[in-house]
Design a protein around this ligand. Structure first.
Ligand SMILES: [Ca+2]
Length: 549
């Protein structure tokens, strides 16, 4: 592979040998021949060399390296605020994987971060790379293999297994391979370390990389992963549970607020602080029956149908025998987020209904049902195993053996108040991982799970959700310092990572600061001391609790 970055170095310091280097030398020599004896002209020549070393990437052939046709453009982008001057490469990898990478011109930290996408992907989320670019990373991301602007929903995947494969695992894989090759061509060295970070669908991509393409990354951050085997049946189940015989929602905002208030009253103080946050919902024994109407139903209590709906949502899907095949339910304390998932706006179906419909029509089965069908009927006896079968294309396993064998490191995190993708599903996957990877001690050498009290989907909510996972992963991979405690903060400007990746350290006023310990351990306030000081908390190993209740 020609070395464009060395060409730049050669342009600055002397003769070189490669094709790309020769191109740049010709350019700089032309400048010098024109009489460039003063420093301004020398600088201009160097700037021209910088631009040329970037542009030359587009002339290189990456097809064999990636294993598919690569159509690449590269242009120099000047520094902008905290973002460094960078070589911006955009590409389409056949058939239609969208790709973007940023290679900092100066002060590269020698590492690569690839970032994931959200929902059904379909667009380049370059903003997800900005925090890492500001830290000197080379960064890359992908649209997941299709352009969402061409489709109003998930229809691109209808009977299209090639695009499902790209969305499932190949888009991130070719992004990793191409970004590595670009870094090698531009700087002359492959990155010393390659990392992946994603949440939601990006969390799924993270676990897919760890279990199916374990050679792509040295370290991986998986936030609130979408697990289609469990997430989709739960969404369909919860949507149906909250739909009355008249087709209208049984529980609405007043009932969600009642449930949330009662859950807090039951368990908020168990973590040593009455702060609107339940520290360990798995150990909370709240039962919605405390809200049962004693007389006529009114807004202060739940009638029998409403109680049954709440029970079903907390419990999760069950087959006709009552057996719960592949999923658990909503976390106690997540009720504040239920309205957004369970109540449609302006007469439209709920978010859960829409996602379930898209998934079952276009992704879950082969062949897919007719594209224009509504929400296909879902049989909670027969269909969960069928979803498990499609996992081979779109999902992940719990086998971290190959990732562990190449010394990979995985941080998994999930907000306890996530009403969209359930933390109980990540816990169910964690139980599988314990079984498949040799138990707790062996698993802890390759993966750690952190559950964030009061944190909603990918961040936000009353809990402390801003965590510098990337620094923790760097320490684990680069100096073998495993994360025994992470510090989570909430500031006035905290938002989910899907909205904006926080820059660390946090410089805005901190409202909450809490320690996080690897699952199953939890933090408990000591009863005195500054609540913003992580040392005011003790690490507690809770009694084993069943995620189902
Ligand atoms: Ca609390």
């Amino acid at each position: 592979m020609p070395d464009a970055r060395n060409a730049l170095a050669a342009a600055r310091s002397g003769p070189g040998g490669s094709v790309a280097r020769a191109l740049v030398l010709i350019l700089v020599a032309a400048c010098a021949h024109a009489g460039a004896t003063d420093s301004a002209k020398t600088a201009a020549a160097a700037d021209a060399g910088v631009a040329e070393a970037c542009a030359v990437l587009a002339a290189l052939d990456f097809d064999a390296t990636v294993g598919a046709r690569v159509n690449l453009r590269a242009t120099l982008v000047p520094a902008d605020g905290e973002l460094p001057a960078r070589c911006r490469a955009t590409a389409k990898v056949a058939p239609e994987v969208g790709f973007e990478a940023w290679l900092p011109v100066d002060d590269w930290n020698g590492k690569l971060l690839v970032t994931g996408c959200y929902g059904l992907c379909g667009s380049i989320r370059a903003d997800q790379m900005e925090d890492a670019a500001a830290r000197g990373y080379a960064t890359a991301t992908t649209d997941g293999g299709h352009d969402q602007q061409k489709f109003p929903d998930g229809r691109w995947a209808h009977d299209n297994t090639a695009l499902e494969d790209d969305f499932g695992q190949r888009a991130v894989h070719v992004t990793a391979v191409l970004a590595q090759a670009l870094a090698k061509a531009y700087y002359g060295n492959e990155p010393a370390h390659a990392y992946f970070r994603g949440c939601s669908t990006g969390g799924r991509q993270a676990l897919v990389a760890a279990t199916r393409n374990p050679d792509d990354f040295d370290g991986i951050i998986a936030g609130a992963p979408f697990d289609q085997r469990r997430s989709v049946p739960f969404m369909i189940w919860a949507d149906a549970a909250n739909t009355g015989a008249d087709g209208r929602p049984l529980l609405k905002r007043p009932q969600f607020e009642l449930l949330h208030k009662a859950a807090l009253e039951a368990c908020d103080g168990d973590d040593g602080q009455v702060d609107g946050i339940i520290g360990n919902p798995a150990a909370c024994s709240f039962q919605p029956e405390v809200l049962a109407c004693s007389g006529a139903a009114d807004a202060s209590c739940l009638g029998p149908e409403q109680l049954a709906a709440a029970r079903r949502i907390y419990a999760g899907p069950a087959g006709s025998s009552g057996r719960r095949p592949a999923a658990f339910g909503a976390a106690i304390g997540s009720e504040a987020g239920w309205e957004q998932q369970l109540i449609g706006r302006d007469g439209k179906p709920s978010a859960f209904h829409a996602i379930g419909q898209d998934w079952l029509r276009y992704h879950a089965f082969e062949p897919d049902p007719p594209a224009d069908a509504g929400l296909p009927a879902f049989d909670f006896d027969r269909d969960p195993p069928r979803l498990a079968a499609s996992n081979a294309r779109i999902g992940y396993t719990a086998d971290l053996g190959r990732f562990a064998a190449r010394d990979g490191r995985l941080i998994v995190w999930h907000g306890w108040a996530d009403a969209s993708l359930q933390p109980s599903h990540t816990l169910a996957w964690w139980q599988e991982a314990l079984q498949e990877n040799g138990g707790a001690a062996a698993l802890a050498r390759v993966a750690r799970l952190f559950l964030l009290p009061g944190v909603q989907h990918c961040g936000g909510g009353p809990g402390a959700g801003d965590v510098d996972y990337l620094s923790a992963l760097e320490r684990w991979v680069e100096t073998d310092e495993a994360p025994e405690m992470l510090v989570a903060t909430r500031a006035a400007d905290s938002v989910p990572v899907s909205t904006r990746q926080r820059r660390f350290p946090v410089t805005t006023a901190v409202q909450l600061r809490r320690p996080l310990f690897p699952y199953p351990d939890v933090a408990r306030y000591l009863g005195s001391g500054d609540p913003l000081d992580p040392l005011s908390y003790e690490r507690v190993k809770p009694p084993a609790a069943s995620p189902a209740h």
